[in-house]
Design a protein around this ligand. Structure first.
Ligand SMILES: *Cc1c(COP(=O)(O)O)cnc(C)c1O
Length: 337
């Protein structure tokens, strides 16, 4: 029986058409800037998102790290959500490798960082303090789309306070599709944006950082320093280009399936459905039943991730179809029934 993997949207297999595009890709040495497919991908995302330049990197973690190191210097500080990926799930890289101090701020339930808390966290210019230089936001955050009015307010705040503004847009296209706007409408508020190709877009590898030419030059230098300079990476870039051409609009299917799954789970007695946002469904399962639920679902060839977040997160993606959702609902109903 084919496995339904709801752990993350990172688990997708490249489609046959994507593998074809990868096979056909023209490649060159990207450290010399000579990979035509990498260059095309970078140009494509810079143009689409309204920036001067872009840099293709292996992971979202590296993309965010390079952005932080391009915005900040040793002894600088960035403001970031307490539950943001950059702060919590990237090994503390900004501090470890960039000597950049994080100032975490508790997020509101919608993922926004309250401007009054940000204002209170900015340090005076004084040798006692790190220099507050950057504000980093995340969109989507746990599937939630940041309100457009908040993006504008955060932009104005950052400008007023002389801060750079970075977006961890690992799922920027989910936010754009869910809002019915082009991704550049979200990206335009920021000085730099990191986008993952390997999440909902379904490429096997890769993220892209966009920003000004000067910022991307600094990021390219740090990419080399951190061991991320790659050579004939065009086959991977071809997967990214294919994803941008074919897998953006279909994110709406993932959102529709997540909403449908949430509706069906909500109707099952004993399930505490916490919410559904874009391609993510959150369910509260009593901690002592999680392992038992995991074993039950495994027996039905359904994978969930337990013990990583306090609640159960089910993620829809390219490799989950309507039938997979039905099988999931049935398996949950049998467990709780
Ligand atoms: C996955 C993810 C990243 C990091 O991407 P990797 O490619 O796994 O390093 C960054 N931010 C968010 C919000 C993510 O979901």
């Amino acid at each position: 029986m084919h496995t339904i993997d709801l752990r993350s949207d990172t688990v997708t297999q490249p489609t046959a058409a994507m593998r074809g595009a990868m096979f056909e890709a023209e490649v060159g040495d990207d450290v010399y800037g000579e990979d035509p497919t990498v260059n095309a991908l970078q140009q494509r995302l810079a143009d689409d998102l309204g920036f001067e330049a872009a840099l293709f990197v292996p992971t979202g973690t590296q993309s965010n790290l390079l952005a932080l190191m391009a915005h900040c210097e040793r002894g600088d500080e960035y403001l970031v959500g307490m539950e943001a990926h950059t702060y919590k799930f990237e090994g503390g890289g900004a501090a470890v490798l960039g000597s950049i101090q994080p100032q975490p701020i508790v997020q509101d339930a919608d993922g926004s960082l309250p401007l009054d808390k940000l204002a209170a966290a900015i340090k005076p210019v004084d040798p006692h303090f790190a220099r507050t230089r950057l504000l980093a936001l995340e969109n989507t955050w746990h599937g939630r789309v940041l309100p457009p009015a908040y993006l504008q307010a955060a932009h104005d705040f950052a400008r007023e306070r002389g801060l750079g503004l970075h977006l961890d847009g690992a799922r920027l296209f989910n936010a754009a599709v869910a809002s019915g706007v082009p991704a550049r409408e979200i990206a335009r508020h920021f000085d730099s944006v990191s986008v993952c190709l390997s999440k909902g877009l379904g490429a096997p590898v890769g993220s892209v950082l966009v920003g000004s030419s000067a910022l991307i030059d600094r990021a390219r230098r740090w990419r080399k320093v951190t061991g991320g300079g790659w050579r004939q990476a065009g086959s991977l870039a071809a997967a990214g280009l294919h994803a941008l051409d074919h897998h953006v609009a279909r994110l709406a299917d993932d959102h529709r399936r997540a909403a449908y799954l949430a509706g069906r789970l909500r109707a099952i007695a004993g399930i505490d459905l916490l919410g559904q946002f874009t391609n993510m469904v959150f369910v509260d399962v009593p901690a002592q039943r999680l392992r038992e639920l995991d074993l039950h679902l495994r027996a039905a060839s359904i994978r969930i991730s337990i013990g990583y977040l306090p609640t159960l997160r089910l993620v829809t993606h390219l490799d989950i179809d309507d039938d997979g959702i039905e099988r999931t609902v049935e398996a949950f109903a049998r467990f709780f029934g």
